[in-house]
Design a protein around this ligand. Structure first.
Ligand code: ACM
Length: 672
């Protein structure tokens, strides 16, 4: 059998076995129809032939179908129609509808509950005569519809679904995205369109980070000064939060809130300075980093307000989990406070960790009374904490492993920090439970999955989608698909397709870049800027703000905001260079030369656009560095000896908060 790409590693893929026998040529052809699946299903049996989609296509569904499934079915039809342009005749799908023409028949046993561990499995059976989607719950059926949409193929005869049987279920029950709405406020539409994106890649948890030093984003009726004074007027009303919970549940997605305490809490203190460890007044924090203002764990007023807030929020968010943050409390204000030090001495509380545990145990009581399970960042893992809390591992995998060994449940975010602008491949290869992990079967069961984290220091509503997508689709696959599905190049190939499909849901990750470039250039011709933007990436990890130049009100509209992780042309160039150095193929060399020549020529064009765009002038150095780099690479390809050390050094220098991503590849050309 020819290279079967991702399926090759999936033992459960059965080609033609007990199904439809295939010859070699049709195997290859049939496989191509499955190349865009993401996440890869657990089991795919490829058959022969197609189900052709025409305008008579429609959905039949049981009389007891949930209203959620009916809405999802209608949305499926509109997306299918949007892609095929067939003018499908069926309008809204109704319960008990028996569509006359061949199409999709959906059978479910019950409406699923949007809770951890619900059955999300589904089975798809596509034959030339019709498609059957069966699932225990409507949640599973909705996943099946997403898979089906990814299976839409086209040829010279039109659109079709390939004959196949798919049996699928998630590897992990907790597959999340955390959105930080606190540092930069995110409008309701941002949350909704990203929930749609999450559903498309089978994520099932939105972790909503609602409070920070820089903002308190939830309306609290009992203590309105919290949001009134802590949010600059940018907060979610209780009705809006409920609206998000409903919108998410309609897509099979749980929503649970995070109220980060006792650190990261400056915004609470603006309206309620009496909650603080040190006397106020306090102002909303405008910078980024770790700050000292901290809730006072010795003050009953703190617990009174927390209980009121948690009680209101517990009624809005029905999920059984409630995140209390707990991260990065350095305890400086605790150290500096005489009454807190006296409190610790009196009770024999040895250090700040123990004091935080004292605080955590108090709020655990509140949450338990509200029927909530407490989850917190891994700092809350302390020897005296009871094991009925969940540990959210972010500083390393160690906390997750330690938690599982000590009897705690946990989820992993270490390795899934998409705000750090690392390549998708880095995240993709982080497995919560690799087969060689040192945990026994019982301990493994306590690792529920993971979450991508979209911290929002350096994103706004305009740029945030381009940080979440498409990389989060790679993380979604890690959390859904088998461990053996780990071919990086194949992941990238599929990511390109998924990225375009995600746009159909209103996500702005591709289109906003063009808009931002037009605005910066002050015109429609953005070619020279795009050429540069496609080979640079924003500074990674925490280097972007190492000089503390950014504040919450800074412009996030410039080159590092247009640039994305996995810079498109850089990746293409680097792949070409790798191939060329191995094989010395002339075609690769020609393609490399074309790119290098384009980068040389681009500098003059870039100089021209910056004449009318002073905001871009800082990047001139970068454009020049790219030109010089390309010139030495071309000279080397032409057989000339080149002295390039200074050029390489300049090209490695970050400029305007971005860095060129083609320097290593050029160095490999020079030293080949
Ligand atoms: C965190 O990133 N401080 C949880």
């Amino acid at each position: 059998m020819k290279n079967t790409r991702f399926f090759g590693k999936l033992g459960s893929l059965i080609l033609g076995l007990g199904f439809v026998p295939l010859n070699q040529a049709s195997v290859v052809e049939a496989e191509a129809a499955f190349e865009n699946l993401m996440p890869v299903p657990q089991e795919v049996k490829i058959g022969q032939g197609e189900f052709r989609v025409g305008k008579e296509f429609g959905i039949s569904i049981g009389a007891d179908a949930s209203s959620r499934l009916l809405s999802a079915s209608s949305r499926f039809l509109r997306r299918l129609d949007g892609r095929t342009g067939l003018f499908l005749q069926q309008d809204y799908v109704e319960a008990g509808e028996a569509h006359e023409a061949p199409g999709l028949e959906i059978a479910t046993e019950r409406a699923g509950e949007v809770v951890l561990g619900e059955d999300e499995s589904y089975r798809l059976d596509i034959s030339a005569e019709g498609i059957r989607l069966a699932a225990s719950t409507d949640l599973g059926a909705m996943h099946g519809m997403e898979t089906l949409l990814q299976l839409l193929n086209a040829d010279d005869k039109g659109y079709y679904f390939p004959v196949s049987k798919i049996n699928d279920a998630p590897r992990f029950p907790w597959r999340g995205l955390m959105i930080d709405s606190a540092r930069h406020f995110m409008p309701l539409d941002m949350i909704k369109r990203n929930l749609d994106g999450m559903a498309a890649v089978k994520l099932n948890v939105l972790h909503w980070h609602l409070t920070e030093d820089q903002g308190f984003r939830a309306e609290v009726k009992s203590f309105p000064r919290l949001h009134e004074m802590g949010s600059d007027g940018m907060f979610y009303t209780q009705d809006q939060m409920r609206e998000i919970v409903v919108y998410a549940a309609e897509r099979g997605i749980r929503v649970y809130p995070e109220f980060d305490v006792p650190g990261h809490a400056t915004a609470w203190l603006v309206g309620h300075p009496e909650m603080a460890s040190m006397p106020g007044p306090y102002e909303i924090e405008r910078g980024w980093g770790i700050f000292d203002p901290t809730l006072d764990p010795t003050n009953e007023r703190v617990y009174e307000i927390l209980e009121a807030v948690f009680t209101e929020m517990a009624a809005i968010f029905p999920d059984e989990y409630f995140h209390i943050g707990g991260d990065e409390n350095e305890g400086h204000h605790w150290d500096a406070s005489e009454h807190i030090q006296a409190f610790m001495k009196e009770r024999g509380i040895a250090d700040n960790h123990a004091l935080q545990s004292h605080f955590n145990k108090r709020i655990l009581k509140v949450l338990t009374k509200l029927d909530k399970k407490m989850i917190g960042w891994d700092e809350i893992l302390q020897p005296d904490m009871p094991t009925n809390i969940m540990i959210h591992s972010w500083r390393g995998r160690d906390a997750m492993v330690a938690a599982a060994k000590d009897g705690y449940t946990s989820i992993l975010s270490n390795g899934y920090y998409i705000d750090l602008m690392q390549p998708a491949s880095d995240h993709y290869l982080v497995d919560p439970l690799p087969s060689d992990i040192e945990l026994d079967a019982e301990q493994r069961k306590r690792v529920f999955g993971g979450e991508a984290t979209m911290w929002s220091e350096h994103v706004t509503n305009e740029t945030v989608d381009s940080r979440i997508w498409p990389r989060t689709a790679a993380i979604a696959e890690r959390l859904w698909s088998a461990e053996e599905i780990n071919d990086v190049e194949d992941m990238y190939r599929r990511l390109d397709t998924i990225s375009i499909q995600l746009e159909e849901l209103g996500l702005t990750h591709i289109r906003n870049r063009e808009m931002m470039m037009r605005r910066l250039v002050g015109g429609y011709d953005v070619k020279a800027l795009r050429t540069l933007a496609d080979v640079v990436e924003p500074l990674k990890i925490y280097r972007r703000n190492s000089d503390l130049s950014y504040r919450s009100f800074s412009p996030y509209t410039l080159l590092p905001d247009i640039a994305v992780a996995d810079a498109k042309d850089a990746r293409k160039f680097n792949t070409l260079v790798d191939g060329f150095l191995k094989t010395k193929h002339k075609a690769d060399e020609a393609a490399i030369r074309l790119m290098l020549e384009r980068w040389v020529d681009n500098h003059v064009a870039f100089e021209q656009i910056t004449e009318g765009a002073p905001a871009l002038r800082e990047a001139l150095l970068l454009s020049k560095a790219l030109k010089e780099l390309s010139e030495v690479a071309l000279a080397s390809l032409n057989g000339k000896e080149v002295e390039a050390d200074a050029v390489l050094t300049r090209a490695r220098e970050p400029v305007a908060k971005v860095e060129l991503q083609v320097v290593d590849a050029v160095e490999r050309i020079l030293t080949r």
